[in-house]
Design a protein around this ligand. Structure first.
Ligand code: SF4
Length: 314
């Protein structure tokens, strides 16, 4: 953990591992999702927009290598010669939901690009059969690779309410099988889902702490155009967290996580033009500053409560 930040920032881990800043390029390989195409269910998660929860640099009709090049060029325009190393982030929809031959073809784009130092594969916990994990394991031997699983909540009632179409048990099983193969896992949580209390959100954090996932992303529930929740929100059926509530919840979460867990992200990364609410979530830098300030005000750091829970036998 750096002295300056009260939590273990993943971007710092990448910088240390690769000797310089590493930039993420978000890709859309044109996959569908088992929760949309009927393999598992239809309709999708109620918070998901038409882009499959992605902040892609180009539509899926653009060949993947070209998407990677467009993303890299974008960073180079902004950061000049400092932008030399990249992560290929397979983000949109479910990036293990295709025949193995197609998956291999897609992952090879990132694997074989000389400026790509790592691969991140976003998927669902019900979509990683053993042959898929075997392929990912082979790739992870060639380049740094981690798998990102959406959990969102460790409560089955919430998962049903938001139509995740997988259970908490399936998530736990997928994480165990992935980590048994030596593949790192980053898990996603949403704070402020309908029907969830602050205690429930922290129970979700505790599950991830107990599973010892290598990384975590948290964001507040935000309403995107094109999602089912957009209608629910506009009808007044959904209440969103205030910035202050979210900041407090994130600080509580950081305290409960192991000190070594990598914090990939603490704000949303959807497309800004799709955001309906909350307005405060647009101001990511301000939210991150408020989190740092609140941790300092409390005099705590990531892991402070986790270590106490460990001593107390959890
Ligand atoms: S959030 Fe992910 S799992 Fe849910 S519908 Fe969208 S792409 Fe599918």
């Amino acid at each position: 953990m750096s002295e300056s930040l009260p939590y273990n920032q993943f971007s710092r881990h990448l910088r240390e591992r690769f000797g310089e800043k590493v930039f993420k390029v978000t890709l859309d390989a044109g996959f569908d999702c088992p929760n949309r195409d009927g393999t598992r269910a239809r309709g999708g998660c109620t918070f998901c927009d038409a882009s499959g929860s992605s902040a892609q640099v180009a539509p899926p009709t653009v060949p993947l290598l070209e998407q990677l090049q467009i993303g890299m060029a974008g960073w180079q325009r902004k950061f000049g010669e400092r932008a030399r190393k990249f992560v290929a982030y397979y983000q949109a929809f479910t990036n293990t939901h295709a025949p193995l031959s197609r998956l291999e073809e897609v992952y090879r784009i990132g694997l074989e690009h000389p400026d790509c130092v790592a691969l991140a594969v976003g998927t669902r916990p019900d979509c990683v059969a053993e042959p898929v994990l075997e392929l990912l394991q082979q790739m992870a031997h060639q380049k740094y690779l981690w798998v990102e699983y959406g959990l969102q909540s460790a409560h089955d009632a919430t998962l049903q309410r938001i139509n995740r179409a997988h259970s908490v048990a399936e998530f736990v099983d997928a994480v165990r099988r992935t980590r048994q193969r030596g593949i790192e896992v980053c898990a996603h949580l949403i704070h402020g889902l309908p029907g969830e209390t602050p205690k429930m959100m922290l129970q979700s954090v505790d599950l991830l702490a107990d599973l010892e996932v290598e990384g975590i992303k948290i964001h507040s529930l935000h309403i995107l155009k094109g999602s089912i929740m957009a209608g629910q929100y506009l009808r007044g059926e959904i209440e969103l967290m205030s910035e202050q509530q979210y900041v407090g919840s994130v600080c509580d979460s950081l305290e409960r996580l192991p000190p070594q867990t990598w914090i990939h992200r603490l704000t949303g990364d959807g497309l800004p033009h799709l955001l309906i609410a909350p307005e405060w979530s647009r101001h990511k830098r301000a939210v991150l500053t408020a989190i740092e300030q609140e941790m300092r005000r409390r005099g705590t750091r990531q892991g402070s409560q986790y270590l106490l829970r460990s001593v107390a036998g959890r």
